[in-house]
Design a protein around this ligand. Structure first.
Ligand SMILES: Cc1cc2nc3c(=O)[nH]c(=O)nc-3n(C[C@H](O)[C@H](O)[C@H](O)COP(=O)(O)O)c2cc1C
Length: 497
């Protein structure tokens, strides 16, 4: 069963044998990061942790426990989304969007009902208050120091909320957006909102600022794991993440009205920080922050959010994460996106067989793509298509290989790619938007990209030498050796690949 709340998800992880409850007091500042980082760097992503006695800056123990690394293994990521194989979600989406021209009325109806499947579980508005509003603190009662927010790295500008669902609304269309944007705690009732300029929350903010209107936001913490994941997914601006979470859960996300704005928030959330941004106010300094590049992001200017209320469940769990030198927990969240979104990429670029963003490439730095090459120059066509697509436009290096290469094994992908290129002939540079976190581009968020065509080169592409075959042993010899392997006294496992 897919979990409805963090508490249920923590229990499920415990039953899976992947949870460690840390009863000893551990400081929210730095110590928690050092412990979580050692776990996340261990093979397979390490255990999830529940810190039951987080120690605040003033030395007191927070009654709210901190959960971290909940999504940080393949099994836990799958469990969060209620599947045993992340590709299964991609296949479900592929089935829904497998659009064939309908032959007759029956086909048309069938197609409509299939497409409606994506929206079969819309968010459900509940009347009255939700579990997330069992305790309500407003105005002068608001004190973010009571929330166990971690200070992750020694050079960080302050404590950061790292796993939030930031809810905002498009003032023109009314569409909701839910984005995972880190939030820096500045004062008892003031935070800085780090939505990067390419993100949907930032676009809503630009529209609100242009109108000179106060912008309500809700920073949702915890709740059901599918909604947390959905906040990190690069959905198109007109798709509501809670609708997508409903599709993943097979059950609509219950929403209630926030207590100090008309935004709707998940009823099952653990904590909700409500507030507004005043467009008349200057931006504030946010950062530095030890980021998922493995380097510190420099301080920059972002909008301040005035906190008008903090609401929470009876016994909330504060869900957190850390980012830093990869691999970290966010690799698994990103990996889910990679698998789930493959059929959507294939919808517009059908020659894509598979793709993979390896952990050291931190998503936007490196994308391996395998294609079913049918005509000359197709690798360039694919790169250009990807650079024109949503957040994929931020990809710094794209390497395209033929369909027989397993791009999910970076060693194999590099081995083939480096063999197959004539660097001067097979690399091209282009310009475009660059991820906000890139510290090397010539200008902030603007710079160059590199495409590498590592497919086999064809005569039609001007290659008139012979292309060699990859070395493999013949099947008969392999079978003979398989049959005698156990008699050879060799301890390495047979058939390594
Ligand atoms: C742990 C984690 C932290 C993130 N922090 C930020 C952040 O601070 N700012 C940001 O713009 N994106 C951040 N992202 C990436 C966004 O969540 C992601 O791009 C998402 O698609 C944004 O949603 P949107 O498309 O609705 O804007 C983070 C992702 C993860 C997994």
């Amino acid at each position: 069963m897919i979990a409805d709340s963090i508490r249920t998800f923590v229990r499920q992880i415990d039953e899976m044998g992947e949870l460690v409850r840390v009863q000893r007091p551990v400081a929210l500042a730095l110590e928690m990061t050092e412990i979580a980082d050692r776990c996340m760097k261990s093979p397979g992503g390490g255990p999830a942790l529940l810190f039951e006695a987080p120690v605040r800056a003033d030395g007191s123990v927070s009654p709210i426990p901190v959960a971290i690394n909940l999504f940080g293994s393949m099994r836990r990521m799958e469990r969060a989304l209620g599947v045993t194989d992340l590709d299964a979600i991609g296949r479900r989406i592929a089935e829904l969007i497998r659009v064939q021209p309908p032959a007759g009325l029956r086909d048309k109806l069938e197609l409509l009902s299939r497409l409606a499947g994506l929206a079969r579980f819309p968010p459900r508005r509940q009347s009255g208050s939700g579990a997330c509003q069992a305790v309500v603190e407003r105005g002068p009662e608001v004190d973010l120091r009571r929330v166990p927010v971690m200070t992750c790295w020694p050079g960080d500008g302050g404590p950061y909320i790292t796993l939030p669902q930031v809810v905002s609304r498009d003032p023109v269309t009314g569409t909701r957006n839910v984005g995972m944007y880190r939030v820096q705690v500045l004062e008892r009732d003031l935070v800085a909102m780090h939505w990067q300029r390419h993100k949907v929350g930032a676009a809503h903010w630009r529209e609100m600022a242009a109108r000179g209107e106060r912008m309500p936001v809700a920073i949702v913490l915890g709740g059901d794991p599918a909604s947390i994941y959905a906040a990190s997914a690069p959905l198109p601006p007109n798709v509501d993440e809670y609708l997508f979470a409903g599709f993943l859960r097979g059950k609509g996300v219950p929403l209630v009205r926030a207590v100090t704005s008309d935004l709707l928030v998940p009823a099952d959330a653990d904590l909700v920080i409500e507030g507004y941004i005043d467009p008349a106010e200057p931006l504030v300094i946010e950062g530095p922050f030890g980021d998922h590049t493995g380097f510190y992001s420099l301080a920059d200017r972002y909008p301040a959010v005035h906190v008008t209320a903090i609401t929470h469940r009876e016994h909330p769990i504060y869900a957190s994460t850390i980012v830093g030198r990869p691999p970290m927990e966010d690799y698994y969240l990103g990996h889910a996106t990679e698998r789930i979104f493959l059929p959507l990429l294939q919808l517009t670029v059908p020659e894509i067989v598979d793709y993979h963003m390896p952990a050291p490439g931190i998503f936007h730095n490196l994308v391996f793509v395998s294609i079913d090459k049918q005509y000359p120059g197709q690798a360039w066509k694919v790169m250009n298509a990807l650079w024109g697509m949503g957040l994929m436009s931020l990809a710094k290096v794209i390497v395209v290989v033929d369909r027989d290469v397993n791009v999910r094994d970076p060693d194999e992908a590099w081995w083939v790619a480096l063999n197959h290129i004539d660097p001067e002939r097979d690399t091209r540079f282009t310009m475009g938007p660059i991820d906000v976190l890139d510290h090397a581009s010539r200008a902030f968020t603007y710079g160059s990209k590199m495409g590498i065509d590592a497919t086999r080169k064809w005569k039609d592409e001007g290659f008139d030498r012979e292309w060699p075959e990859v070395i493999t042993m013949d099947a008969a010899t392999r079978e003979r050796v398989d049959a005698i392997w156990s008699e050879l006294g060799i301890t390495v496992p047979g058939r390594p690949r």
